[in-house]
Design a protein around this ligand. Structure first.
Ligand SMILES: Cc1ncc(COP(=O)(O)O)c(C=O)c1O
Length: 397
C-alpha cells in the first residue's frame, strides 16, 4: 500500500454547502451542553430567533428551528400546508425543485409542476397560467426554490408574488432560501413570502444539522386548518415559550450557539456588505469561466447572465471526466468543488462561493481548478485565473 503524503495547510472547501466555518462559529460551539433550565439556553434561542428574523427581513413571522437538514424543513412545509391529496405547485428550477416535488408526492400530496428549461430561471408566465387554470383553488401553496444549487440559477420571487396577485389565487408563497440566504438579497415581508425555508450549512456558515423556517400569520392559519396528522414537524405544537417544546425535544444546543455567532458576524459586517462581497466573489468566478470557455470545453450552465447565482457557479462541461477533475483538484491541489447533480451528473461541476469567503480564497479555488483542468489537458483558452486577478485588480475601492 502506498503511503499518502499529508499536505499541510488548509484544504479549500468550495462546495456550495457545507461551507467553511468561521473561527468564531467553531469557538462558539465549543461549549459544554447545558441543562434545559439554564438561562443561557433561552437567551441563545431568543438571539437566534431575533437574528434570523432580521436576516430574513420579517417583523412578525414565527421562527422554528429543527434538528434536521434542508430536507427536514422541506417536509415541515409539506406536512403543515397541505393534507394528503391536496395540491402543491412546484415551479421547475432543476434538481432541487424536482427533489422537493418528489418528496411531496412521497408524502401523498399532489404536485403540479411547471417545466424546467435547462439553464433558465422559473418561468413566471407558466406559473401564472397554472394558477389561472386552477379555478377550484386546489393548489394550497407555491413552493419556489430561490437559488437552485444544482443549476446555479436564481429566480425572481417578486415575479411569482405578482403571478399570484394577478391571478387572484390564494395559494401561499413558500421560498426555499437554503442556498441564497445571507448571500443574495431577500426580504420576506417585502416580497410577500409566507414561509421562508433555510438551513445552516451554506450562507449561514454553520455545520449541517439545523433546519429553520419563518412562518407568517397567514401560513400559520393554514397550518391550523390543515387536518393532516403530524407531530415533530407541526408548527402549532412548537409555538410555545418552553425551549423543550419549541424544539419538540432537546434543542441542538451547540449548533444553536454556532448559529448565534454566525448571525452576529453577518450583523457586524452588515447585510449590504455581505451581499456586495458575494457579488464580488461570484464576479471573480464568472471572470474565470469567461476565460475557460474560450477553450470550447466549458461554459456557464446558466444561460441568462442576470440570473447567475452569487452563491454557486455551475460549469457545464463537454468531454471532461468530472469525477477525475474533482479528485485531482481535491487530492493534489487541495481545492474541493462539487459535481453535477441529478440530470447534470457528469455534465457539470460547481464552484461554491458563499459564506465565510474572500477574494484570496476564491482565487485559490480558481487556480486549483484551473491546475486540475490543465493537468487533465482540458482546453481552457488563455486561462481564467488571469481574468479573475485582472477583474479584482480593476475593482474600485
Ligand atoms: C436549495 C436547496 N434546498 C434544499 C436543499 C436540501 O438540503 P439538505 O441537503 O440539507 O437536506 C439543498 C441542499 O443542497 C439546497 O441546495
Amino acid at each position: 500500500m502506498t503511503e499518502r503524503i499529508r499536505i499541510p495547510g488548509r484544504r479549500l472547501l468550495h462546495s456550495p454547502g457545507p461551507t467553511p466555518l468561521p473561527d468564531a462559529v467553531l469557538h462558539a460551539m465549543s461549549v459544554q451542553p447545558m441543562d434545559l433550565g439554564d438561562a443561557r439556553v433561552d437567551a441563545n434561542i431568543a438571539a437566534c430567533e431575533h437574528g434570523l428574523r432580521r436576516l430574513l427581513g420579517t417583523r412578525e413571522a414565527d421562527v422554528f428551528f429543527y434538528a434536521s437538514n434542508g430536507h427536514g424543513v422541506w417536509e415541515a412545509v409539506v406536512e403543515n400546508l397541505a393534507a394528503p391529496g391536496q395540491a402543491l405547485l412546484v415551479p421547475g428550477t432543476g434538481h432541487f425543485s424536482e427533489s422537493w416535488a418528489v418528496q411531496a408526492e412521497a408524502l401523498g400530496r399532489r404536485v403540479v409542476r411547471t417545466p424546467w428549461r435547462e439553464g433558465w430561471p422559473i418561468d413566471a408566465s407558466a406559473v401564472a397560467q397554472v394558477l389561472r387554470d386552477d379555478r377550484a383553488h386546489n393548489i394550497q401553496a407555491l413552493l419556489a426554490v430561490h437559488t437552485d444549487t444544482a443549476s446555479g440559477v436564481t429566480s425572481d420571487l417578486a415575479a411569482l408574488r405578482r403571478a399570484l396577485a394577478d391571478s387572484g389565487h390564494p395559494a401561499l408563497l413558500v421560498a426555499d432560501v437554503v442556498a441564497s440566504l445571507a448571500a443574495a438579497p431577500f426580504g420576506m415581508d417585502a416580497l410577500g413570502v409566507d414561509v421562508a425555508v433555510a438551513a445552516s450549512q451554506k450562507g449561514l456558515m454553520c455545520p449541517p444539522g439545523l433546519g429553520m423556517l419563518a412562518v407568517n400569520a397567514r401560513a400559520l392559519d393554514a397550518a391550523r386548518r390543515n387536518p393532516a396528522p403530524r407531530f415533530y414537524w407541526d408548527w402549532v405544537r412548537r409555538r410555545d415559550e418552553l425551549s423543550y417544546r419549541k424544539f419538540c425535544g432537546t434543542p441542538p444546543q451547540n449548533l444553536m450557539f454556532g448559529l448565534q455567532a454566525a448571525l452576529h458576524l453577518i450583523e457586524q459586517e452588515g447585510l449590504d456588505a455581505v451581499h456586495a462581497r458575494h457579488r464580488l466573489l461570484a464576479g471573480l468566478v464568472q471572470a474565470a469561466v469567461e476565460g475557460w470557455r474560450e477553450g470550447g470545453a466549458l461554459d456557464f450552465f446558466a444561460r441568462d447572465a442576470a440570473s447567475r447565482s452569487v452563491s454557486v457557479t455551475t460549469i457545464a462541461v463537454q468531454g471532461v471526466d468530472v469525477a477525475a477533475l474533482r479528485t485531482l483538484a481535491r487530492e493534489r491541489f487541495q481545492v474541493a468543488v462539487a459535481g453535477g447533480l441529478g440530470p447534470l451528473a457528469g455534465r457539470a461541476f460547481r464552484i461554491g462561493h458563499l459564506g465565510d469567503s474572500n477574494p484570496a480564497l476564491i482565487l485559490g479555488a480558481i487556480a486549483g481548478v484551473e491546475a486540475a483542468l490543465r493537468a487533465l489537458r482540458v482546453p481552457v483558452g488563455q486561462g481564467g485565473i488571469q481574468r479573475a486577478v485582472q477583474r479584482l485588480a480593476l475593482l474600485q475601492d
